[in-house]
Design a protein around this ligand. Sequence first.
Ligand SMILES: Nc1ccn([C@@H]2O[C@H](COP(=O)(O)O)[C@@H](O)[C@H]2O)c(=O)n1
Ligand SMILES: C[C@@]1(CO)OP(=O)(O)OP(=O)(O)OC[C@H]1O
Length: 160
Amino acid sequence: MTPLRIGHGYDIHRIVPGRPMILGGVRFDTDYGLDGHSDADALTHAICDALLGAAALPDIGHFFPNTDPAFKSIDSQILLQRVIAALRERGWKPVNIDASLIAEKPKIYPRLAEMKSALAASTGLPVDCIGLKATTNEGVDEIGRALAIAAHAVCLIERI
Ligand SMILES: Nc1ccn([C@@H]2O[C@H](COP(=O)(O)O)[C@@H](O)[C@H]2O)c(=O)n1
Ligand SMILES: C[C@@]1(CO)OP(=O)(O)OP(=O)(O)OC[C@H]1O
């Protein structure tokens, strides 16, 4: 079987008042946050889907349905740890992850190191195997009007 596989993931969540803003396992000090059944960490969800996709497994919603109360407000780092465990059971481990956030706000750059540390802890990867960056959408569309935040992720996995 092929020893290396590539995966891609995407997620988007609406910005709403009064919800926590959690991205890459890090909480931002804002009076707005992302709407969702879980903690709505769009970045971590995109990473989960990239890993699942690389292993040709069904997506995050299949493993953790948004109709299941067990996942209400759940910390997405727990979901990511379970995704890593699902891959490990099937003989796969991550090699590296690269992800991009598209967000008008909050400013991501000052918190990047913390986010990488949190994702490294959940995936078991060294921090230098996790790429992370942010860009605004230059005011274009709902993301550009700060009504939503989107994330894209790619990853490589290899045989254990
Ligand atoms: N939410 C964000 C968006 C962007 N950044 C950083 O600002 C730089 C400039 O953004 P552009 O959209 O003009 O490319 C970008 O390179 C990021 O480093 C950010 O920290 N948080
Ligand atoms: C993370 C899960 C968990 O129920 O819920 P949401 O926070 O709604 O996130 P989304 O990316 O829309 O769907 C995936 C679900 O698995």
